[in-house]
Design a protein around this ligand. Structure first.
Ligand SMILES: Nc1ncnc2c1ncn2[C@@H]1O[C@H](COP(=O)(O)OP(=O)(O)OP(=O)(O)O)[C@@H](O)[C@H]1O
Ligand SMILES: [Mg+2]
Length: 462
């Protein structure tokens, strides 16, 4: 930008050429056809002072404010009836009308033009970096036809806005309302003023870009901090799980050996007590209890010593059929009916047995949630490029507070629960690159949704 107080830059040679062309034209015109009276030197001095004042104000860095000031300068100080300011959109290679004065807002909103010389005088002025006066827009084939109609163009001036070597856009100005001819002085002032405006606009644009960059940087730092926190939480959680797992595995192992001996001995005892009904009943209870403890231990070991998944292509619908078969008897006993909505979905890359474990746990939880029986819906579909399996029960649902804890190992609300089912489910789903979502199932109950990437898609097993 020019230092404050300096005179506006003298119009360039292109402007002089354009003025000379006008002068030659006007010399050929008869005196009574000339409409614009010459301006007095005093008037010109006043205008110059006002323009200098505006140029000084252009030192602000807010882009919109500068656009306003520039248009005010062109209309109120230089005296054009109307002015439109276009800026280059480099990404789309177009000129966009950013602001206008002396013309209804609705007319200029959304006006854009391709940045091609043959399309408009505006583009020509920007590309050639030259100011022009168009005397009869309607007859001039270089003027864009749509703009002619939209703005009722007759005679207008177009001046490029050039920063420090970089062209930013252009201003067009005319005197449509008063029907005055564009004088060489008016055109001269416009060109000089556009020189100042270009530099100010460039400064503001750079400032704008810096501000956007700054905001982006801040956002990136925020995102990175959040990611770091998540990773840290995960690390703490997995360390906790590893310690817990080690402990559980040790205890489970110690219990399993004597349990196996007990099982063998009780079986032998049962043989020796054949025919003694009362004792046989007691033995059956002992065997049931041993089985229960065994199941709990197996769960502990599943949790504590997870094996790495062995991936193969798995047909989800078939896998669900097989898993449902495993719980059919228990469901019947409890009066729970399966309702199925299946779509044909792409195969997923998964460990069959582990995925069965996932759905088995979710089904068993659903059965537990409906002790008096009810409907258990299982649906499959493909949505947003993912294979989705939803399991909905009509049980009592999960309270908001409880929901935060259901994936924690050993969290249970059941008298006989171990609280490991869902933590195993979550780990398996995570290891498969899937997601697990828990939602209410209005009017009552819960929906667990497992979403998996289809086999062969990007992100599978990532
Ligand atoms: N479908 C459901 N409806 C209501 N509550 C549920 C449902 N599924 C899970 N929960 C809640 O989440 C808790 C944790 O479930 P999780 O499967 O991990 O353990 P559990 O079922 O209690 O014990 P187990 O280790 O035998 O599975 C349950 O105790 C229960 O409170
Ligand atoms: Mg469970």
């Amino acid at each position: 930008m020019q230092p404050a107080g300096k005179r506006p830059a003298a119009p360039g040679s292109e402007a002089r050429e354009e003025i000379a062309r006008m002068a030659r034209k006007q010399a050929r015109t008869k005196p009574d056809e000339q409409q614009a009276p010459a301006r007095s030197p005093l008037k010109m001095l006043q205008e110059l002072a006002a323009l200098q004042e505006i140029s000084r104000s252009l030192q602000v860095l807010d882009l919109d404010e500068i656009l306003h000031l520039v248009l005010d300068g062109v209309t109120k100080t230089i005296g054009f009836d109307r002015a439109r300011l276009y800026l280059i959109n480099e990404r789309e290679h177009r000129l966009e009308c950013r602001m206008a004065a002396g013309i209804e807002q609705e007319k200029t909103a959304g006006v854009t033009l391709p940045l091609e010389k043959s399309n408009s005088m505006l583009a020509r002025s920007v590309i050639e970096r030259k100011p022009f006066i168009v005397e009869d827009a309607m007859e001039d084939p270089r003027v864009n036809r749509d703009l002619k109609q939209l703005f009722g163009l007759k005679s207008f001036a177009v001046v490029p806005l050039v920063g420090r070597g970089r062209v930013l856009g252009a201003i067009t100005a005319d005197n449509l309302t008063s029907d005055r001819v564009i004088t060489p002085e008016g055109f001269n002032s416009l060109v000089a003023f556009a020189g100042q405006a270009g530099v100010a606009l460039e400064n503001a644009q750079v400032h704008d870009e810096l501000r956007t960059l700054n905001r982006e940087l801040e956002q990136r730092v925020r995102d990175a901090t959040e990611d770091l926190k998540k990773t840290q939480d995960k690390l703490i959680q997995s360390e906790k799980l590893a310690a817990l797992g080690k402990l559980s595995a040790g205890i489970a192992h110690e219990i399993r050996n004597p349990l196996t001996s007990m099982k063998v001995l009780v079986h032998a005892l049962s043989g020796r007590l054949e025919g003694r009904e009362k004792e046989q009943e007691d033995i059956a209870v002992i065997e049931d209890e041993i089985e229960r403890v065994n199941r709990i231990i197996t769960r502990f070991l599943d949790f504590a010593r997870p094996r790495s998944p062995e991936f193969s292509r798995v047909d989800v619908n078939r896998l669900l059929d097989e898993t449902i078969t495993l719980v059919t008897r228990e469901a019947e006993e409890r009066g729970v009916l399966f309702e199925q909505t299946r779509e044909s979905v792409p195969a997923v890359l998964a460990d069959r047995e582990q995925m069965k474990q996932v759905f088995l746990n979710v089904f068993l939880n659903a059965l537990d949630a409906m002790p008096g029986g009810g409907q258990l819906s299982v649906s499959t579909r493909c949505t947003a490029g993912r294979v989705e399996i939803a399991v909905s029960d009509r049980g009592g649902g999960i309270q908001e507070e409880t929901r935060k804890q259901i994936f924690e190992p050993f969290f249970t609300t059941k008298e006989e629960g171990v609280g490991l089912g869902l933590s195993i489910v979550k780990r398996i789903v995570d290891e498969h690159g899937g997601t697990l979502l828990v939602k209410d199932n209005p009017p009552r109950g819960t929906t667990f949704t497992v979403s998996m990437p289809p086999a062969g898609s990007e992100g599978a097993l990532a």
